[in-house]
Design a binder for this molecule. Structure first.
Ligand code: MN
Length: 403
C-alpha cells in the first residue's frame, strides 16, 4: 500500500494507524484522520461522497461516530484505506488535506463521564509505602477488583491547553492556598463506543464492541490538597481541576497487533473479570519535564503492558452493577508505573514525596512542578516487522495560580 499522502520514516501516523481527531483549519471544527504530517478532513471527504456515514463524519465531535459501533468503524477504516491508496484520492476537493502544523487541535470527543482507575500494581504499592508505611502497601481489595474513582469530565482538556495551579485547603487552615505539590500522572485512557442500557452490563469478552480507541492522559494532581481531602471518599478537588488528553484517538483496529498478555493475576479474577483473549498493550510510554529555561529531562519510561488490570476488565467492572456507559466516555488507567526506579509515572513516586529531588540540566531541582514547567507525554507501539503505531504527544504547561 503506497499512501497518497507521504509518511516520513519514523512517523507516529503511518497508514496503518489512522487515528481520529477534531481540528480547526480556521473555518470551524471538523473530524480528521492523521496521516504522516498531514490531516485528512473527513467532512470534506464525506461530502465528496468518498466515505460512508456522512451524517456522523460531518459532525464536530467524534461522539456520533462512536455511537455507531464496531462494524461502522471497520467499514470506515476500510474506506479510508481505499481512499488514501487509490485514484479516488484525486477526487477530493481542494483543502481536504492540510499540514497538521497549520491546524489547531480540539478535544476529539465530549466525555459525558470520566473514570480514573488505579490499575498499576507498582503505582499502588509505591503510594501505599509512602502513605501507609509499615503496613501492606496494597490494600486487601486491590487484587480483587479494579479500584477507581469518578473523575470530572468538564475539565478534560486537549493537549496544549495550559493548566492553572489550583487552590485548595492544604490542611486544617483558614484559607485556600495554591498547591505546593503539583504533580503529573502518566496514564492511558480508552474511549467508549455504543455502551449499554441502564440495567445491563458489558461482559469482559464483549469489550471490543464498546471500546473505540485510546489516548494519552495526564491526570494532573495536587498532592497536598489530595492528601488532606481524600479520606474517606477519595480524590476530589486535588484532581478535578484539569485532565489533559492527547488529540488523536488511536483505534483498537490499529492496536490489535500489539495486544499481548498482561501480568499473571493472583488470586484468580472474579468470574465477570475473566477474558478469553489478551488485553494488555505493548505500548511504550515516556514523560518529559521541560522548564522555561529550556532544560528537558525524560523523567520516566515504562510499558503499559505492565498494568495489572486490563481495559476489558475495567469496562466489565464499570458495568457489572448495571450502570450505563455512553459513547465518548473516558476510562483512564491510573498512573502507569513499573517495578524499577526510572519507570515511575508521577513525581510523588520519583521524588519519594519530595524527599529526593531530581536535578535538571539548567542546574535547578524539582520535587513537584513549578510555574512554567511543561509535561510532555509520549506513547508508541513498535516491533520489528510491524508498523509503528504512535499516539503523538500530550502536552501541558503550568500557569501561575490566580489571585
Ligand atoms: Mn490518576
Amino acid at each position: 500500500m503506497t499512501p497518497r499522502i507521504p509518511v516520513p520514516p519514523g512517523s507516529d501516523f503511518p497508514l496503518e494507524n489512522l487515528p481520529y481527531g477534531v481540528f480547526d483549519p480556521g473555518e470551524g471544527l471538523r473530524l480528521g484522520v492523521a496521516v504522516g504530517d498531514h490531516v485528512l478532513d473527513l467532512r470534506a471527504a464525506a461530502r465528496a461522497g468518498q466515505l460512508p456515514y456522512p451524517t456522523e463524519l460531518t459532525a464536530d465531535s467524534l461522539n456520533p461516530f462512536l455511537a455507531l459501533g464496531r462494524r461502522a468503524w471497520e467499514e470506515t477504516r476500510a474506506a479510508l484505506l481505499a481512499l488514501l491508496t487509490s485514484d479516488r484520492f484525486d477526487h477530493l476537493p481542494p483543502g481536504a488535506v492540510r499540514p497538521r502544523s497549520a491546524v489547531r487541535m480540539h478535544l476529539p470527543f465530549e466525555p459525558g463521564d470520566f473514570v480514573d482507575f488505579y490499575a498499576s500494581f507498582h503505582h499502588a504499592a509505591n503510594l501505599g509505602r509512602l502513605f501507609r508505611p509499615g503496613s501492606d502497601p496494597v490494600l486487601p481489595n486491590w487484587r480483587h477488583l479494579p479500584v477507581a474513582y469518578h473523575g470530572r469530565s468538564s475539565s478534560v482538556v486537549v493537549s496544549g491547553t495550559p493548566v492553572r495551579r489550583p487552590h485548595g485547603l492544604l490542611g486544617p487552615e483558614t484559607a485556600a492556598a495554591p498547591t505546593a505539590a503539583l504533580d503529573f500522572e502518566l496514564e492511558v485512557g480508552f474511549v467508549t463506543g455504543p455502551g449499554n442500557r441502564l440495567g445491563d452490563s458489558i461482559p469482559a469478552d464483549a469489550a471490543a464492541d464498546h471500546m473505540f480507541g485510546m489516548v494519552l492522559v495526564n491526570d494532573w494532581s495536587a498532592r497536598d490538597i489530595q492528601r488532606f481531602e481524600y479520606v474517606p471518599l477519595g480524590p476530589f478537588l486535588g484532581k478535578s481541576f484539569a485532565t489533559s488528553v492527547s488529540p488523536w484517538v488511536v483505534t483498537l483496529e490499529a492496536l490489535w497487533p500489539y495486544l499481548v498478555a498482561g501480568p499473571e493475576q493472583e488470586p484468580e479474577a472474579a468470574d465477570y473479570l475473566r477474558t478469553s483473549r489478551d488485553w494488555a498493550v505493548d505500548l511504550s510510554l515516556e514523560a518529559v519535564l521541560r522548564t522555561t529555561g529550556g532544560a528537558e529531562r525524560v523523567v520516566t519510561r515504562v510499558n503499559y503492558s505492565t498494568l495489572y488490570w486490563s481495559m476489558a476488565q475495567q469496562l466489565a467492572h464499570v458495568t457489572v452493577n448495571g450502570t450505563n456507559v455512553r459513547p465518548g466516555d473516558l476510562y483512564a488507567s491510573g498512573t502507569v508505573s513499573g517495578a524499577e526506579p526510572g519507570s515511575w509515572g508521577s513525581l510523588i513516586e520519583i521524588t519519594r514525596n519530595g524527599a529526593e529531588p531530581i536535578s535538571l540540566d539548567d542546574g535547578s531541582q524539582r520535587t513537584f512542578l513549578e510555574d512554567g514547567d511543561t509535561i510532555v507525554l509520549r506513547g508508541w507501539c513498535e516491533r520489528p516487522g510491524l508498523p509503528r503505531i504512535g499516539f503523538g504527544e500530550c502536552v501541558g504547561t503550568v500557569l501561575p495560580a490566580s489571585r
